[in-house]
Structures are given as C-alpha cells and as structure tokens.
Design a protein around this ligand. Structure first.
Ligand code: FDA
Length: 399
C-alpha cells in the first residue's frame, strides 16, 4: 500500500540560503506579514558571518558607495545601497543592545563578536515568524503558476523564490554552485566567475629568491591598471597576501603585472643623494626604511650589498625607482579555498535593481554574493548582502 505524502506546504516566499542576505530578506518580508520559509543545507547557521572579520564581523563600511563594488554593471547596486544604508544596520544593532567600533577608517566591527550578529538576525527572523528548514537539501525546482521546490524534507510551494546561496568561496564551510545552477535552469545569464579578495601566487622558480621573506609585512601601495590600494602587504611562502594584495586581487586578471611601491612615503633617490660618500652598507641603509629581512634581500639580490660610496649613483637611482615601482606578474591565486568572495555572478542586466527580481522569470530573485556585485575588503560585502536582501524583502512585502 502506498503511504500518502503530506500535501506540500505553501508560502508567500521561499528563501534558499540562510546567510547574511537570506536572513535579512526573510525578516523584512516576514515583518511585512508574508509567510516565509528559510532553507539552508548547513547544520550550523551562517558560517560565513561566524568566521568573518576574525570572529568580530566587519559588518559594514560607513562610506559604502557604488565605487566600492565590482560589477559588469557598476550602477546596479546604487538603488539598493541607497535604500538600506550602513546607518540602518547600525540602528538594528543598537536596538539589540550591541556595540561596535571603527577599526580602519569606516570599517565597523561588532564588539560582542560575529555570534551576536547571527543571534540578532535569527531573533529578528523568529520574532517575525519565519519558518526554518535546515539542514535541508533542494533536489528539484519547477515552476508553473508558483515555484515547486522538492527537498530532502518534503515539497514546498511558494509564489516567490529567493536565491541567497552565496558564492563559491570556502567550499569547506558549505559554499556550493547552487545559485548559478538555478540561474542556468531558468536561463538567467551568469558572468564569468573568479576568486576575489584572495592571496596571489607566483611561479616557484621566480618566487624562490623571495621565499625567505615569508612572514615579513610592510605598508605598500599596490597598483594594477587604474586601481591602486594602500595597505599592509605580507610576503608568504608562495607569494603575496595582506589587505593591499587582497584588494587588488579582485581587479587582477591573468597575465597582468602588478606595480608595487614598497616605500610610499620615502624619497629614496633623495636620501641616496644626501648620503653620497657614506660608507654604510646598502643593506643597513635600507633597513632604516624597510623591514630588515627585505632590506637584506633587496641589497643582495637587486644590487650588491656594498658600502654606499662604492655603488654608482645611477645604480642607486635605478634601485630607488625599482623599490617605488616593483613590477611583478602573479601566476595565479590561492583559489576559492582561500578567497573571501567570488567575483562575477548572476548577470545584473537580467535583474531589477530595485527589487532583485529577474526581469524574465516572475517571482525569482537573486540576492547577496551570488549576484555579480562584489565589494572591496572592509565590510562592503556584508553591506551588499543586507541591502540586496532588504530590497528583495520589501518587494516581496508589496506583492
Ligand atoms: P553566505 O555565504 O553568507 O550565505 C549563503 C548560504 O547559502 C549559506 O548559509 C550556505 O550554507 C547556503 N547554501 C549554499 N549552497 C546551498 C544549497 N545548495 N542549498 C541550500 N543552502 C545553500 N564580508 C564583509 O563584509 N566583512 C567581513 O568581515 C568579511 N569577512 C569574511 C571572511 C571570510 C573568511 C570570508 C570567506 C568572507 C568574508 N566576507 C566578509 C564576505 C562575506 O562573508 C560574504 O560576502 C557574505 O557572507 C555573502 O552573504 P550571502 O548571504 O550572499 O552568502
């Protein structure tokens, strides 16, 4: 005898992915009286928020604006960012009695830590009556007059389906290509994907000479094309990392060289002129301005570690120029296992910038990192997750 399956439950909106964007969308839609089901495959809620900002969650950037985002359609994020600003999230935090501090200019971190942000979002969802379904895996999605979603926990029907399943970075904590697959299924275009905010690597034979520098860090200006970032740069066994490198990595394309100013505030040429006739060893002289290990490598490998008065003025000028404009071409990146974000995603030209809904598939929404909007380092990615989740949540309320 066949057992009768329970009739599918019906919701106004079903959201797949209970991360930053998904929870924000769920709570906004549910606060407006909509019935919302929030589904996630993970056992632990919002792992990416948990590990973010070294456990303190850099939850926004005070000066977030469209210039801080990469996209094939740079104006797309404008509307959502304008309607849900950093101040809105700060107000939410304050309503929950949480505190924050500004670390680097504009970057806000939660004093109580990432767990407190997760708890806040969960509490808001619960208070608004959001139904949770996790861990749960989606096995099939079909659409007629509504979306029919078959899962390992049964079938659910919804008028609106929101994809908030994030990007490909850090598969070990649950990142999957699910969102891009749904886009393909509904013929929504996806722009090329690549790891962003990721350490850069160099060919082993080229890097051998710098491998002894692993662990050395200094402030530098890193440029690629027209983009430039000032910040800490860290030498690693396989290449370069640190905030300035992570920032430029999102703009870097295979084969393009980087230009690195290792002495952004120092006029080394002028200092060499002032030191004419000095018997100080080049390495010791450079160590006044650069970390000692780097000074030694530069002195021995880029010139000769001799007293300054034994080195030609022209050679010293060339060395000074090279330290201001060190040209080096990465061979690759450490990939999605180390990337903070995925650059590229669901093509924004197929979405409404006001609602995040697909132009050609009524009721289907994409929000957060799965969309081709990628923030720079510094809280911009969460601000996009909040803002895009809010935009879709408001649109679903209005249905
Ligand atoms: P998010 O990844 O948060 O959530 C997606 C959800 O979908 C997950 O819960 C996942 O389990 C679920 N999911 C995936 N596939 C699924 C499937 N097939 N079925 C069901 N569910 C599925 N940003 C920032 O602004 N400040 C910061 O401090 C940091 N720090 C940081 C550190 C590290 C180590 C990383 C890797 C990333 C950051 N980020 C960051 C980036 C930030 O975490 C990221 O941009 C947002 O979490 C994106 O939010 P989303 O909600 O789009 O995806």
């Amino acid at each position: 005898m066949k057992t009768k399956l329970p009739a599918p439950e019906r919701f106004d909106a079903m959201i797949i992915g209970a991360g930053a964007a998904g929870m924000m969308c769920a709570l906004i839609a549910a606060q407006g009286g909509r019935s919302v089901l929030l589904l996630d495959q993970a056992r632990q809620l919002a792992e990416k928020i948990r590990i973010s900002g070294g456990g303190r969650c850099n939850f926004t950037h005070l000066h977030a604006s469209p210039q801080n985002y990469l996209s094939h359609n740079p104006d797309f994020c404008r509307s959502a960012l304008a309607r849900y600003t950093p101040q809105h999230f700060i107000a939410l935090l304050e309503r929950h009695g949480l505190h924050y501090h500004e670390k680097t200019a504009g970057q806000l971190f939660c004093d109580e830590g990432s767990e407190a942000i997760i708890a806040l979002l969960k509490a808001e969802c619960d208070a608004a009556g959001v139904r949770w379904c996790m861990p749960c895996t989606v096995t099939r999605i079909t659409r007629d007059e509504m979306f029919r979603v078959v899962t390992t926990r049964g079938e659910y029907h919804a008028a609106a389906l929101v994809i908030a399943s994030g990007g490909l970075s850090i598969p070990k904590i649950g990142a999957t290509p699910f969102g891009y697959q749904v886009a393909n299924q509904f013929e929504v275009p996806v722009t090329p994907l690549k790891p962003g905010l990721v350490p850069l690597t160099f060919a082993p034979q080229e890097w051998e000479r710098y491998a002894a520098l692993a662990g050395v860090s200094l402030e530098a200006v890193v440029s690629c094309g027209r983009q430039r970032f000032r910040g800490d740069l860290l030498f690693t066994h396989r290449g370069l990392s640190g905030p300035a490198i992570l920032q430029i990595s999102s703009y870097w394309e295979q084969g393009h060289p980087l230009s690195i100013d290792l002495l952004p505030d120092t006029d080394l040429s002028g200092l060499f002129v002032a030191q004419r006739g000095s018997r100080m060893l080049l390495g010791n002289f450079l160590a006044q301005y650069l970390p000692k290990r780097l000074a030694e490598i530069v002195a021995t490998q880029w010139l000769e570690n001799k007293p300054l008065d034994q080195l030609a003025g022209k050679a010293l000028r060339a060395l000074a120029d090279r330290l201001k404009d060190w040209r080096i071409t990465p061979s690759g990146t450490l990939g999605y296992s180390k990337a903070e974000v995925t650059c590229g995603g669901v093509d924004t030209r197929a979405l409404s910038s006001k609602t995040m809904a697909c132009n050609d598939v009524p009721g289907l929404y994409f929000i957060g990192e799965v969309v081709d909007v990628t923030g720079q380092l510094g809280g911009y990615n969460f601000q996009w997750a909040w803002a895009s989740g809010h935009a879709a949540g408001i649109a679903i309320r209005g249905k």
